[in-house]
Every structure is written in structure tokens, then in C-alpha cells.
Design a protein around this ligand. Structure first.
Ligand code: AMP
Length: 273
């Protein structure tokens, strides 16, 4: 197994990354909330493929991006296993901050993206993208990455981060890696751990429904098939893949996004056409 540096203190990570950068290293950042699975590993592999000398994986369940009735407390946490997976995949540094050292007493500065965050998950999870943008901006300032890798699994998030990087002139590239699925098609997610085998079975309707969508198909029939499988639809939307504005027709250049509740578990997935 490769040796991997472990940081808990933001200032120490920042110092090390600054030194590595000054020494000419190309730094990749992979932000995560931990409970790592093969979707996360694919981001590390994408960083390696792009020639990163240092791959910094952050593992932080960011309280600011959770709503009051969401699963912040019960979100799965397993530092030991996360560290082993990062090392095995070739990450060179893992950052495990605590809420207290990321958000100091009287923390009062937040980053708001005000266009792409309005709909979809932003509309259903007020304050979510404010929390995401704030923590990602902080991670950018700590890790000085040349590029940061995100997953298409969280399509809206990736678009919001791209916009934040553009609008706030962060000097880095955003790389978006494809969705990694289980063998049965379910998009990998740390929240899949909440699903009973029966719920897992129901959740397969999401990837199946998205896969079956043909240009010209109706979203209402997708929503109906999800409800029929026993899922509660939070939203099923067709939007312009760039602007996230609503589009009527399924055609090239759109993204269809789905959010459902499977029991108490909220699951998301999407397909770009
Ligand atoms: P999370 O730990 O769920 O916040 O995810 C951290 C990063 O991993 C985000 O950029 C996600 O989009 C990405 N990610 C999560 N699940 C997958 C997946 N199944 N395939 C690809 N990327 C993923």
C-alpha cells in the first residue's frame, strides 16, 4: 500500500499543499463526505489519469449543507476504512477536518451561487448549495489544487461548482467524472447503505427508467413508473444541460434529473442526452 499523509488541521494541510505546489507538484483535490465507495475511487483514478502528483481527498460531512430535518447525524462515517481505500487507490493525502476547525466560532462568511442553485435540489433543500459552495471554496483555498474532481452523479452540484470557479476566478480546472453504478444499475451512493434489500430492489426503477428514456419520451411516464415501483418522487425534470433551465423535449443537450424517496432515503440520479 502507498504511504498516505493524514491531515486533520486545515492550516497544516494548507502549508503542505503550498510547499508541494511551490516544488512544482500538480495537485488534485477530490472533495467527499466519506463512507467511500467505488464512485469516489473513480474520482481518484481520474485524478491519477490526469497526471496529478498529489491527490488530496477530503472527507468531511459538512454540517452547513444539511437541512435541519436531514440525515447529518446518521450519515455513515468510517474514517479507518476511508483512509485504507484512499491509500489503496493511490491518494497521497487525506484530510479529515472537524466541524469545529472548519467553522471557527462566529464563522460568518458564506458563498452563494444564485442562478443554477435555484431549482432541482436547490429548491427542495434550501441552503444546501450555500453549504456546498462555502465548504468547496474553503477546500480550494486550503489545497491550492490545479484541478478538482467531482462526479456527474451530483449533476447540479458539478454545474454550480463550475459556475463558482468561473465567477470567483478560482485558478483551477473542474473535472467531472461519469456516474459509477452497481452491477444492477443503481448509482453508487453512500446513502445506499441505508437501503434494505427490498428498498434496493425498488430503487432499481430509477436507473432502469432513465436508461429506457428515448428522445421524445414523456417525463410523466417516467415519474409514474417510479411511483409504481413504490418510490416517492421528489422531482423528475428535464433541463438544459448547461443552464439548467427547464426544457420540454428530451433531446440532445438536455439532462434528465431524478430525486426520489425510497422509504426515508433520498436518492438522486441523472442522464445527459
Ligand atoms: P459525496 O461523498 O456523496 O458528497 O460525493 C463526493 C463526490 O463523489 C461528489 O463529487 C460526487 O458527485 C462523487 N460521487 C458520488 N457518487 C458517485 C458515483 N456513483 N459516481 C461518480 N461520482 C460519484
Amino acid at each position: 500500500m502507498n504511504s498516505v499523509k493524514v491531515f486533520k488541521d486545515p492550516a497544516k494541510l494548507q502549508k503542505w499543499c503550498r510547499e508541494r505546489k511551490l516544488a512544482g507538484a500538480k495537485i488534485a483535490l477530490v472533495p467527499t463526505m466519506g463512507a467511500l465507495h467505488d464512485g469516489h475511487m473513480s474520482l481518484i483514478r481520474a485524478a491519477k489519469k490526469r497526471g496529478a502528483d498529489e491527490i488530496v481527498v477530503s472527507v468531511f460531512v459538512n454540517p452547513v449543507q444539511f437541512g435541519p430535518n436531514e440525515d447529518y447525524e446518521k450519515y455513515p462515517r468510517d474514517e479507518k476504512s476511508d483512509l485504507a481505500k484512499c491509500a489503496a487507490e493511490g491518494a497521497t493525502a487525506v484530510f479529515f477536518p472537524t466541524p469545529a476547525n472548519m467553522y471557527l466560532d462566529r464563522h460568518s462568511v458564506y458563498v452563494n451561487e444564485e442562478d443554477l442553485s435555484k431549482g432541482l435540489c436547490g429548491a427542495r433543500r434550501p441552503g444546501h448549495f450555500r453549504g456546498v459552495c462555502t465548504v468547496v471554496a474553503k477546500l480550494f483555498n486550503l489545497a491550492h489544487p490545479d484541478f478538482a474532481v467531482f462526479g456527474q452523479k451530483d449533476y447540479q452540484q458539478a454545474q454550480v461548482i463550475r459556475r463558482m470557479v468561473r465567477d470567483l476566478n478560482f485558478d483551477l480546472k473542474v473535472v467531472v467524472a461519469p456516474i459509477v453504478r452497481e452491477a444492477d444499475g443503481l448509482a453508487r451512493s453512500s446513502r445506499n447503505a441505508y437501503l434494505s434489500p427490498e428498498e434496493h430492489g425498488k430503487a432499481l426503477a430509477i436507473s432502469r427508467g432513465l436508461k429506457a428514456l428515448k428522445p421524445g419520451a414523456r417525463l410523466s411516464s417516467l415519474a409514474r413508473s417510479l411511483e409504481k415501483a413504490g418510490l416517492k418522487v421528489d422531482y423528475v425534470e428535464c433541463v438544459d444541460a448547461e443552464t439548467l433551465e427547464p426544457r420540454r423535449k428530451i433531446e440532445k443537450g438536455v439532462c434528465v434529473l431524478v430525486a426520489v424517496y425510497c422509504g426515508k432515503t433520498r436518492l438522486i440520479d441523472n442522464r445527459v442526452f
